[in-house]
Design a protein. Structure first.
Length: 402
């Protein structure tokens, strides 16, 4: 099986965590299916030097100069996994369709290079309907290759992909309508896609590498630590968490909150913690690399994600793999992850409910068994389990193309 993977966003030097799960899924597939060949096709979709905004017109010339130094490359990530890169600018779809034609050309170049090495591509796998699935649709038509889409957009669709009449933009509708299969990462997202009239929707969750995310060896330490890791934006519910944590401190003083991540609201939320009088109990870690993230999961007592909307948040899976109990919200994906044995769910945006969950978990911590939590993860979200489901879709698509 030769698989050509197109991620809509991908890690870059200035955005090292963006789309990291696309890369990790490809690495997992290559690990589980060592007799197959996989390619990752990238063009700098979220590289700041390749994103041209009209509002930043003074920076366009410097970006053009910096982009000139970016050279195409191919990199062997594993013996059967190759990463391809050819730089292509991205700008508003209102002007020359956002440069989609050149983005397609960059990916076509990679497809030909991959085929020159391994033979004909059997399946194209696009991650998210725009722009990757549009590219996949174009290449599939030219080279008679089936394609599948895993949709990660949440909430679906973003406002930018609705027409004035409220319909789905053709940028999403066309590739989704023509795909062999559209993969939703959570039951809630599957239902949403079907409500929009998207055909051939199946549900396969995201995966996490259980060999990297493992329980720590130490016991519970004092103070009791709640950990969260997210983009520091309004949609992640951090403000509600800070208010709820202040209420918890009124009942349990020997607790602390550690927050990882960065975003536009970081300074505002730091100021809020100071205003609430809890700044000495809240630690802000900023951006964490993979190893730092794993250490924080292992060192904390519980993980909290108070988001207002999620599809299938990987941070919950990573914390579960490390055997940690969870607190999250009924906001899409979390309710398909968390069971009574693994944590608690509350209504999003409800400070009182979030406080009660923090207090309940803190007070009943011994009822949560790290081994049971990790097994719940492994049985549903480990590499072998999820990769098998993906490969089954690939095989079905290739059979349909005979």
């Amino acid at each position: 099986m030769n698989v050509f993977i197109i991620p809509s966003w991908y890690p870059s030097k200035n955005e090292p965590h963006t789309g990291i799960f696309f890369k990790e899924q490809a690495e997992a597939l290559a690990h589980v299916y060592s007799n197959s060949n996989f390619a990752l096709s990238t063009w700098g979709s979220h590289d700041k030097d390749l994103l041209l905004y009209a509002s930043e017109h003074l920076n366009i010339i410097p970006k053009l100069l910096r982009a000139a130094s970016k050279q195409p490359y191919q990199k062997q990530l594993k013996p059967n996994l190759t990463e391809y890169f050819t730089p292509a600018f991205t700008w508003t779809r209102k002007l020359f369709k956002g440069n989609i034609n050149n983005i397609v050309k960059a990916n076509e170049k990679h497809l030909k290079a991959f085929e020159a090495t391994v033979g004909k591509v059997d399946i194209i796998h696009a991650h998210s309907a725009h722009p990757a699935a549009w590219v996949a649709m174009e290449l599939a038509a030219r080279y008679k290759i089936p394609y599948v889409i895993t949709e990660h957009m949440g909430p679906f669709p973003f406002d930018a992909f609705r027409t004035r009449s409220g319909k789905l933009s053709h940028w999403l509708a066309k590739p989704l309508q023509n795909a062999f299969a559209n993969i939703a990462v959570s039951p809630q997202q599957q239902q949403t896609l079907q409500q929009w009239g998207i055909p051939n929707v199946t549900q396969i969750p995201n995966l996490t590498d259980e060999s990297k995310f493992i329980p720590g060896t130490g016991g519970t330490k004092q103070p009791f630590t709640f950990f969260t890791l997210a983009r520091i934006e309004e949609g992640k519910g951090i403000a509600y968490l800070l208010h709820a944590f202040k209420l918890l401190l009124g009942k349990a003083s020997n607790v602390q909150l550690i927050i990882g991540g960065e975003g536009t609201q970081l300074e505002n939320y730091k100021a809020l913690a100071t205003t609430l009088g809890i700044a000495d109990k809240v630690t802000w870690l900023g951006v964490l690399d993979r190893q730092q993230t794993i250490k924080q999961y292992q060192a904390c007592d519980a993980f909290v994600l108070p988001s207002l909307h999620e599809n299938l948040p990987l941070v919950l899976l990573e914390a579960m793999a490390c055997g940690k109990p969870l607190i999250s919200t009924y906001c899409g994906g979390p309710e398909s992850i968390i069971t009574p044995a693994t944590g608690l769910l509350v209504e999003p945006g409800n400070t009182e409910a979030l406080y009660l969950a923090l207090h309940k978990l803190y007070s009943n911590y011994n009822k949560y068994n790290p081994g049971v939590i990790r097994e719940s993860f492994c049985s549903r979200y480990s590499r072998q389990v999820v990769c098998q489901q993906i490969m089954d879709i690939y095989k079905a698509a290739t059979r349909s193309n005979l």
